[in-house]
Design a protein around this ligand. Structure first.
Ligand code: FMN
Length: 401
C-alpha cells in the first residue's frame, strides 16, 4: 500500500515558467536518496565518469563547456520550458535546450516568442534553439538570443512538421532545409560569424531514405565553424516512426572532428550506454524518454558511472515533482490556465501510480492548485487506508509517444 504525503504548498520561486503545453501536437517540429528538486545542491554528483571503457577521446567540449559523456535534454516544443529544464538539470541533465524558437517572432519581439528564450541562472549550461529559413532573420535572431547569455545557440534543421518544413512557395525551415543544403550551410555560416557564442546544429539524416546527405553535410557544417553537431538518426520522412539508425551517428563520427551528439530512441539507461559504445559519440541527447521522467538522467548517470541503476522514483517523489511543476505553472500562468496546462502531464508523472485513472478523473474536475493538492492528499489517504476489499487497478500501459 502506498501512502502519499503531500507537503505544504511550495511557493513560487520567482523563476516563473511552466511545463509544457501541447504535447499532442509535438512532432519534431512539431537508488540514491530522493532529490530535493528545488535545491540544485542536492542533485547527485556527476561522480566518477570512468566506469565504461572509452573509445578514443570522449570529451565533449563546446565553448567553455567541457564534460565527459554528458547527457543532454533534447529541445522539445511545449515541453522543454524553463521549469522542466531546471528539473532535468537537477536530476542530472548536463546541458539543456529551449524548445525551438521562431526567428521571425524573435526579431519582431513578439512577447510569446521572446518569453521562450528567458533563462534562469540555475539552468546553465543551456542552449537556445532557433529556426527559420532566411539568412538575415536567423542572424538577427541569434543576436537577440546572445543578449540573454545562453551557453550556446543551436539551429534547428530537423523539424519534420509540415507547418515548418513545407512551404507552398519557397523553401521550408527545419528539416525542409535538408532539401536545400546550400542554403542550410549559408545560414549556418552567417550565424556562426554573427555571434561570439558557440553555434551548434541539430539535424536529421536527410529528407528521405533516397536522399541521405548527412555525411557530406556534416563535413560542410564543420567547415562553417560550428562547435558540435546533433544527429537525430532518422530522415524527415520517417518522422518519429521506426527505429533511429545509430550506424549513421558512427559514420558521421568518422568524417568530422567536432563533437557529435547522438539522438534517437534513448528510453532506458542501457540505451545511452549502448549509444556511446556503438557510435563513439561525445554526448547523448534524450527527448521523449525524459518526458514525465526526468529521473532518467539520474538513473543513466549512475549506470554510466558503473553504479547500479537506482530505478524509478518513489511515488512520493513523483507526486512532489508534479506538484512542484504545478506551482511554477500557476505562478507563471495563473489559475485556472496554469492548472489546466499541467493536466496532460498527469499520466506521465504519475504513470506508475495505482488507481491513476481515478486520480486523474478527480484532478480533471479541479481548476485551482489547492484543489489539485487536496485531491491528491485525499487520494493518498484513501490508498493508505484502503476501503475494505479495495484492490488497486492494474498499472496502466505506458502510452506510446
Ligand atoms: C514533443 C516534442 C517536441 C519536439 N520539439 C523539438 C524542437 O523544438 N526542436 C528540435 O530540434 N527537436 C524537437 N523534437 C525532437 C527531439 O528533440 C528529438 O530529436 C526526437 O524526439 C528524437 O529523440 P528521442 O527519441 O530521444 O525522443 C521534439 C520532439 C518531441 C517529441
Amino acid at each position: 500500500m502506498h501512502s502519499i504525503t503531500v507537503g505544504s504548498a511550495s511557493q513560487d520561486d520567482g523563476n516563473g515558467g511552466t511545463l509544457a503545453r501541447n504535447e499532442a501536437d509535438a512532432v519534431e517540429c512539431g537508488g540514491p536518496a530522493a532529490v530535493d528538486t528545488r535545491d540544485p545542491r542536492s542533485v547527485p554528483s556527476v561522480g566518477d565518469r570512468g566506469a565504461f571503457p572509452r573509445r578514443g577521446n570522449t570529451m565533449f567540449q563546446v565553448g567553455h563547456i567541457r564534460l565527459e559523456r554528458p547527457l543532454l535534454l533534447a529541445p522539445m516544443e511545449d515541453v522543454t520550458e524553463r521549469p522542466f529544464r531546471r528539473l532535468c538539470r537537477r536530476y542530472g541533465a548536463d546541458l539543456v535546450y529551449t524548445e525551438f524558437v521562431n526567428s521571425e517572432g524573435l526579431i519582431r519581439a513578439a512577447a510569446r516568442t521572446r518569453a521562450k528564450i528567458a533563462i534562469s541562472e540555475d539552468e546553465h549550461p543551456v542552449g537556445i534553439q532557433i529556426y527559420g529559413n532566411r539568412v538575415d532573420s536567423l542572424v538577427e535572431a541569434a543576436r537577440v538570443c546572445e543578449a540573454v547569455e545562453p551557453d550556446l545557440i543551436d539551429i534547428n534543421f530537423g523539424c519534420p512538421a509540415k507547418k515548418v518544413a513545407c512551404k507552398k512557395e519557397g523553401v521550408g525551415a527545419g528539416a525542409g532545409l535538408l532539401r536545400e543544403p546550400d542554403l542550410l550551410v549559408e545560414i549556418t555560416r552567417a550565424v556562426v560569424r554573427a555571434v561570439s557564442l558557440p553555434v551548434t546544429v541539430k539535424t536529421r539524416l536527410g529528407w528521405d531514405e533516397r536522399s541521405i546527405i548527412i555525411e557530406d553535410l556534416a563535413r560542410r557544417l564543420e567547415d562553417t565553424g560550428i562547435a558540435a553537431l546533433t544527429l537525430h538518426a532518422r530522415t524527415r520522412s520517417q518522422g518519429f516512426k521506426g527505429q533511429a539508425d545509430w550506424s549513421w551517428i558512427a559514420r558521421v563520427k568518422q568524417v568530422v572532428r567536432i563533437p557529435v551528439i547522438g539522438n534517437g530512441d534513448i528510453r532506458e539507461p542501457s540505451d545511452a550506454v549502448r549509444m556511446f559504445e556503438e557510435t563513439g559519440c561525445e554526448a547523448v541527447m534524450i527527448g521523449r524518454g525524459a518526458m514525465g521522467n526526468p529521473w532518467l538522467f539520474r538513473r543513466t548517470r549512475a549506470v554510466l558511472d558503473g553504479h547500479p541503476d537506482p530505478g524509478p522514483p518513489t511515488l512520493e517523489e513523483r507526486v512532489a515533482v508534479y506538484l512542484d511543476l504545478l506551482d511554477t505553472s500557476v505562478a507563471e500562468k495563473g489559475e485556472p490556465r496554469g492548472v489546466f496546462e499541467m493536466r496532460k502531464f498527469l499520466s506521465g508523472y504519475l504513470k506508475e501510480v495505482y488507481g491513476i485513472r481515478m486520480l486523474r478523473n478527480l484532478i480533471m474536475q479541479e481548476s485551482t492548485r489547492e484543489g489539485v493538492r487536496a485531491r491528491i492528499d485525499e487520494f493518498g489517504r484513501w490508498v493508505a487506508g484502503g476501503p475494505a476489499g479495495w484492490e488497486p487497478e492494474p498499472l496502466e500501459p505506458v502510452r506510446e509517444r
